[in-house]
Write a protein that binds this ligand. Structure first.
Ligand code: NAG
Ligand code: NAG
Ligand code: NAG
Ligand code: NAG
Ligand code: NAG
Ligand code: NAG
Ligand code: NAG
Ligand code: NAG
Ligand code: NAG
Ligand code: NAG
Length: 836
């Protein structure tokens, strides 16, 4: 008897529990989610269903939480603003008649809906293992709506936080009202793009509560603790210039570590991790100290969390109100003690003869808000010069990864960090400076020296111009000077270069070059460079040189000749070929370079016999050298330059097999942070051209990154990107590399000449970086500084996506559809004039 009862009870309880805990895989028109049911992701990581926060209160919500983790960690809630009654047992989440997902209460009235346009009523809602709840069209599979685009208080790897500046759409996360009330709270987290570079903010209502500082390519500079060495997972701000989006991406490098970031109801952002032990721990949080709170010390106040009181005025400033300040009400901030010279009424006799304003340096700083980016090449000196010239500039800083930032009055939210942070230079009246006396002396000496220098230079330039003019006039009378027509867009990019004649470049005598090259004899011909033949020569003193001679027939070459001459004479880097001088005499136009005994890289890696001379260490050194040369061009030179024709034959090797980038005939200067140029004339080399350039004529520094990726893959494999034929399985080296990569055997592509002697991890890393560089989308490619970092440091790398673009998909027909094409002979440098 007893046993029977127990059995029945068991069966009942089994039925009961299976009814109440049944799991479903998706929600469709015929399968709704009702009370007691949950939707579980395929890998059983996330679970979606009805819940009541902390099992208390009388409200019920539809939410998403980690399956099997206790206490229940809710990461997303559907009906935050319209809870269900906890007693409502008949509410359900279903696909409505219009195909939207909707939540209805027990009386079948509408509580919440995805509210999007849906093509049919066959939609399906599924939950994926990364925590994304997606409504898809049942026919096309198109994503119609997803919870990742509508974050709650939690940011998961993959969800979207940011802004689309073109549509104005914002993706923000917002806190709960309290730990057990998912209603919208006071705090929101989002990206602000009012200043560039953009910053991450926590807002309290509409006032800033915390600020990350501007994004500097690898980190937010106001978050020094979350830097690139921060490995378990990290944030990055990714901009898509074309779409106008700025998204914070958040990656978890190790899939066995769960990671989530949320904004608490008290306004603290916390990044939580969970490893093996079933508990969450705080990995990072902010604001952590009172100093982290936005503007804690008011304008011109500086916060140091390890001091008491935490607030001080910046040097040269005093509290606006001593009374308030001493009470600990710092928000009014500080005011300047001694007026700046540049602000004074200079016609006032007392201020005449006073000493100039100077800079006081502060280190380890969180830089203030309201920065402004100005273009000042190279270093802090040019940034300071800019600042001193403009009285409204009150402070400046040169930040690696951004450049020159300046600030006007009202320096808000400055903090001194224990480690990390940036240097800031604050403009102060001369009397306030620490070492005023010494500084002025230096300034006086510097100004004297520099004015003498400038005068000399001016005089020299003038004389030189005069001489050059005489020469040109002579030529024009003979009528042999080419006048070049450029398209408008090219002219604008060239403008800057053409104003600046490289007067400092030594001039060689034509006869001495004739002697050196034995009348440009065929024996001395080294090869064909972008716009002319290259000859070997030996000067009287024994110096070996390489001479590039502009072929007199082409007008196009003249433009490239000038471009190369002007650009390269201003560049100096170990990994760039060095220009020794020029020679322009009547119809002869020559550029003279240092001689590279080992010629170009293609002579080795594509030559079956010489391949083996370049062992792995040498090739790796070449890859890194080229990468550093490009970093110099893109970021570190006084001009910022896009090479545009990077290829194996343009990499020269010196006697020690060190690489030097050559051929700047197509290079362009770009300015500022917006580094996209659009040109109607497409020039470059098949196989190295990025998709956006080949198809739409858009070039940026990322086009060079693409070419670098191709170059890298060619160097490690010893095969040309263009050596694949249609009948082979692969259209290009890129698709071949991708296939091997996706089959987890990337090393199969390594050059057989290595005979398997190379460090596996280094080789894998090279291929990985190569694939990242040849991604179809600009946004997925690293910048050159990032690529150098990835190549040399043992960091985790993002996963590449399949590159679909190959130059051969761009068939000749397609090019000709909207262009008139003329391909020069063997090296297949193509030059396309897109007609409009
Ligand atoms: C929904 O889940 C069921 C199993 O519960 C499965 O048979 C069906 O194929 C799924 N439908 C879609 C569209 O995924
Ligand atoms: C869904 O669409 C089908 C065919 O398009 C139609 O027969 C059916 O009535 C629709 N269902 C609802 C609930 O609207
Ligand atoms: C349904 O409607 C009745 C009558 O209007 C109301 O008393 C009840 O509270 C409603 N139930 C729910 C779950 O909204
Ligand atoms: C949730 O419940 C636990 C124990 O049941 C309690 O310790 C905790 O304070 C509660 N949290 C909230 C926000 O009510
Ligand atoms: C948020 O702002 C309100 C007033 O706007 C203020 O009272 C409150 O202290 C602020 N909260 C925090 C955490 O700073
Ligand atoms: C990164 O931050 C850690 C502290 O979180 C610090 O010890 C380390 O020096 C930083 N590294 C760099 C490169 O800034
Ligand atoms: C991932 O994290 C787990 C747990 O901390 C650790 O045991 C494992 O080694 C990590 N894997 C990698 C590839 O770092
Ligand atoms: C900030 O605090 C640190 C640690 O106490 C100290 O070394 C540093 O000098 C302080 N900075 C200022 C500006 O007071
Ligand atoms: C500057 O000073 C001169 C002489 O003291 C005075 O006449 C003039 O009004 C002042 N200008 C301004 C703008 O204050
Ligand atoms: C001086 O700086 C201010 C603030 O950055 C700027 O608005 C103004 O245009 C600058 N003036 C000049 C002449 O550059």
């Amino acid at each position: 008897m007893g046993v029977k009862h127990v059995c029945i009870a068991l069966i009942i309880s089994f039925l009961f529990s299976s009814k109440y805990c049944s799991a479903i895989e998706n929600i469709t028109a015929s399968q709704e989610l009702s009370q007691g049911q949950t939707l579980i992701s395929p890998g059983e990581i996330f679970e979606l269903g009805f819940f009541s926060p902390n099992n208390s209160g009388n409200h019920k919500y539809v939410g998403l939480w980690y399956k099997g983790i206790s206490p229940q960690t809710v990461v997303w809630v559907a009906n935050r603003e319209s809870p269900l009654a906890v007693t409502d047992a008949r509410a359900s989440l279903r696909i409505g008649n219009d195909g939207n997902m909707e939540l209805v209460d027990g009386n079948q009235s509408f509580v919440w809906s995805t509210n999007v346009r849906v093509p049919s009523n066959s939609s399906v809602a599924t939950l994926s293992d990364n925590g994304n709840f997606v409504l898809q069209d049942g026919m096309s599979g198109e994503k119609l709506w997803q919870s990742f685009e509508h974050p709650g208080d939690t940011f998961l790897p993959g969800s979207l936080l940011g802004v689309n500046v073109k549509t104005g759409q914002k993706y923000v996360m917002s806190s709960w009202k309290s730990d057990s009330d998912p209603t919208l709270g006071k705090f929101t987290v989002g990206i602000s793009t009012t200043l560039r570079p953009a910053q991450l903010f926590i807002w309290n209502g509409s006032t800033p509560h915390w600020r990350s500082g501007p994004w500097a390519r690898l980190k937010f500079i106001g978050m020094p603790e979350v830097n690139s060495s921060y490995q378990k997972s990290s944030f990055a701000l990714v901009e898509d210039v074309e779409k106008g989006t700025f998204f914070l991406s958040y990656e978890s490098y190790n899939s066995s570590i769960l990671s989530r970031t949320f904004i608490s109801s008290e306004g603290v952002a916390k990044k939580m991790l969970m490893e093996n032990a079933n508990t969450w721990y705080v990995d990072w949080m902010s604001p952590k100290s009172p100093c982290d709170v936005y503007g804690a010390c008011g304008p011109s106040g500086i916060c140091n969390a390890s001091e008491s009181p935490i607030c001080k005025c910046l040097k040269g400033f005093v509290p606006k109100s001593n009374e308030e300040w001493s009470k600990g009400n710092w928000l009014q901030g500080c005011t300047r003690q001694i007026e700046l010279l540049c602000e004074k009424n200079t016609s006032n006799p007392t201020s005449q003869g006073e000493k100039k304003d100077g800079f006081q340096k502060f280190s380890n700083m969180k830089l203030p808000d309201f920065h402004e980016y100005v273009y000042a090449p190279n270093n802090i000196d040019s940034c300071q010069t800019w600042c001193l010239d403009n009285c409204s500039c009150r402070a400046c800083a040169y930040v690696y990864g951004i450049g020159c930032l300046i600030w006007s009055e009202g320096l808000v939210d400055i903090q001194e960090f224990a480690v990390g942070g940036e240097d800031i230079f604050l403009r102060l009246a001369h009397e306030e400076l620490d070492e005023g006396q010494k500084n002025t002396k230096i300034i006086i000496i510097l100004t004297t020296v520099s004015s003498v220098f400038v005068l000399t230079a001016l005089l020299w330039t003038f004389l030189h111009r005069w001489r050059a003019k005489q020469k040109t006039e002579k030529k024009q009378t003979r009528g042999t000077f080419h006048i070049i027509q450029e398209s408008d867009s090219l002219r604008s990019t060239l403008n800057y270069t053409q104003q600046q004649e490289p007067s400092e470049l030594p001039i060689f005598d034509f006869n001495s070059i004739l002697v050196a090259t034995d009348n440009f004899s065929v024996q001395n011909k080294l090869g064909q460079g972008g716009f002319g033949s290259v000859y070997k020569g030996k000067l009287k003193d024994g110096t070996e040189i390489a001479v590039k001679r502009l072929s007199s027939s082409s007008g196009q070459g003249m433009e490239e000749f000038k471009n190369e001459m002007i650009l390269i004479s201003k560049l100096q880097h170990r990994n760039l070929v060095k220009l020794l001088g020029r020679c322009i005499e009547e119809e002869e136009k020559l550029l003279i370079y240092e001689f590279m005994p080992n010629k170009s890289l293609d002579n080795f890696i594509f030559d079956e016999r010489r391949k083996a001379q370049l062992d792995w260490a040498t090739r790796f050194n070449i890859i890194n050298g080229v990468a550093r040369g490009l970093v110099y061009l893109h970021r570190d030179s006084s001009l910022r330059i896009i090479h545009r024709d990077l290829k194996v034959s343009n990499i020269l090797l010196d006697e020690n097999m060190n690489p030097k980038i050559s051929d700047f005939g197509l290079a362009r200067i770009f300015q500022g942070t917006i580094d996209v140029e659009n040109t109607r004339r497409i020039v470059g080399t098949l196989g190295y051209m990025s998709p956006e350039y080949a198809l739409r004529g858009i070039f940026s520094e990322k086009s060079d990154v693409f070419s670098f990726g191709v170059l890298l893959l060619e160097i490690v494999s010893g095969r040309k990107n263009t050596s694949f034929n249609y009948d082979e399985q692969h259209q290009s080296l890129i698709s071949y590399a991708w296939q091997l990569w996706s089959e987890c055997r990337p090393l199969d592509m390594m050059d057989k000449a290595f005979e398997y002697s190379y460090p596996l991890s280094q080789a894998m890393r090279c291929i990985h970086v190569g694939l990242l560089c040849v991604q179809d989308h600009v946004i997925d490619r690293p910048t050159m500084p990032d690529a150098v970092f990835m190549l040399t440091k043992e960091t985790d790398l993002p996963r590449p996506k399949q590159p679909l673009f190959t130059f051969q998909t761009l068939s000749a027909r397609e090019i000709q559809q909207h262009s008139e094409s003329k391909c020069s002979t063997n090296e297949a440098t193509i030059s396309i004039l897109q007609g409009r």
